[in-house]
Design a protein around this ligand. Structure first.
Ligand SMILES: Nc1ncnc2c1ncn2[C@@H]1O[C@H](COP(=O)(O)OP(=O)(O)O)[C@@H](O)[C@H]1O
Ligand SMILES: [Mg+2]
Length: 403
């Protein structure tokens, strides 16, 4: 199987590694890729927001499967054009990617599918905004309707801050505050059938103890020893399957990875948001644990053939720690990556680019072992001014030991 992977972050580096491990795969191409992916795949310098250029590349390479990593090309409709040109494509259509592209659209679909989420109002003017803020008590949750690169959501006790953010958005979703631990649970869908992956938890704040600004993610771990044992089954039944059925019923089937961001509240599972692609850095802990060959799995999804499939896992834990550039996330400085990265058994280094330089994933028989390996690797990489959190998966590893 010849594959074209689109994207160039840590998530795509992890996906490339997973694809390469599948014996069916003969060639991996990546656009645009990064220095780490270059060791696994042939890179192509193509503008991934130019749909025509992506289709032309797929044609030139004559690939059997195209896998889209980031959200921007999905929302831009690249999958529609790839499918129209006859390519088996893992990624949702422009219409289905609106589950990530519009918070209001996701709310409408959840409502029709009977999927539990925070009660919300979608507002387009000051009067509607004031009324919604009056309805809820603090903390206020104010979400820009559109894609905002992780900067669209404000959670605050300060009504003025909430109001100012809401007024700065063209369309805004104001919703109930959900109190509970947050987890990420992904499903792989062929449009009719969806297979749930194991859950992961990521760390969004820049600094230890969940302090500092929100980021794209500073680390992650999987599995979650503290989560209810039926969490995968329950999320499949209450969230993933009804969403896929509703999208199909609307004539816009969702083919690709459906990312459910969940809050585990005292009243049950509530959806915080959906994304239409693999999460970064959760992918960096899920791929090393995945036993099912990745390329064949994504190909079956792309060709609407997932029925009856099962996903198998290695009985291992994984922890990933992100090394971020000085000033990340507000104003990341340019950095120089040392030529030689450490090679440590059961540890993977995934290169990112941008404000997140790389992440080190440690794999082990439990979270403590996985954590030790990830931190041993990350502490050996010196980039001036760079930093990482020291508490990724710490609480979970302590809880696991106590069990
Ligand atoms: N209803 C809510 N209650 C509590 N926290 C929330 C709620 N909605 C979002 N958040 C917090 O804000 C973060 C970002 O919100 P999210 O909807 O995931 O938007 P995005 O990832 O597009 O920025 C979430 O990860 C969560 O920590
Ligand atoms: Mg989110």
């Amino acid at each position: 199987m010849r594959i074209l992977l689109v994207g160039g972050g840590g998530r795509e580096h992890a996906l490339a590694l997973g694809l390469k491990a599948d014996p069916e795969v003969t060639e991996i191409h990546c656009a645009p890729g990064n220095a780490g992916i270059a060791e696994i795949a042939t890179l192509h310098d193509v503008d991934i927001l130019d749909n025509g250029a992506v289709v032309a590349l797929a044609q030139e390479l004559d690939v059997d499967l195209v896998v889209i990593g980031p959200e921007a090309p999905l929302v831009n409709g690249v999958c529609d054009q790839l499918r129209a040109a006859g390519f088996a494509t893992f990624g949702p259509s422009k219409a289905a990617a609106q589950l990530e592209g519009s918070k209001n659209f996701a709310k409408e679909v959840m409502h029709d599918a009977g999927v539990a989420t925070a009660k919300s109002f979608t507002c387009e003017n000051r009067m509607e905004i004031e009324k919604a803020l009056d309805y809820f008590s603090p903390p206020y949750v104010v979400k820009d309707d559109g894609l905002a690169g992780g900067k669209g959501v404000v959670v605050t006790d300060d009504r003025q801050v909430a109001l100012d953010h809401a007024l700065s958005c063209k369309r805004v979703v104001i919703e109930e505050f959900l109190d509970g631990p947050e987890i990420s649970l992904f499903g792989i869908s062929d449009g009719k059938t969806i297979l749930a992956l194991e859950p992961a938890q990521d760390f969004k704040r820049a600094l230890d103890g969940d302090q500092g600004p929100n980021t794209g993610g500073m680390g992650a771990y999987s599995p979650l020893p503290w989560a209810p044992s039926d969490i995968v089954e329950q999320t499949h039944r209450e969230v993933l399957a009804p969403m896929i059925a509703e999208m199909a019923a609307r004539g816009t089937p969702f083919i690709g990875l459906l990312y459910a961001g969940l809050s585990l509240t005292d009243h049950g599972i509530r959806v915080i948001e959906f994304n239409a692609r693999f999460g970064d850095p959760e992918t960096q802990v899920l791929i090393p644990r995945l036993k099912t060959p990745l390329a064949s799995l994504l190909y079956k999804a792309a060709t609407r053939n997932l029925e009856g499939e099962k996903i198998a896992w290695h009985p291992l834990s994984a922890v990933t720690v992100v090394l971020a550039a000085q000033g990340y996330p507000t104003d990341p400085k340019k950095y120089q990556l040392v030529a030689k990265l450490p090679t440590i058994a059961d540890t993977f280094i995934f290169q990112a680019g941008g404000g997140r330089i790389l992440s080190a994933t440690g794999v082990g028989s439990d979270l403590t072992e996985a954590r030790d390996r990830a931190y041993r690797a990350i502490s050996q990489i010196e980039v001036e001014g760079s930093f990482y959190r020291t508490d990724i998966a710490f609480n979970a590893s302590v809880a696991e030991k106590g069990n």
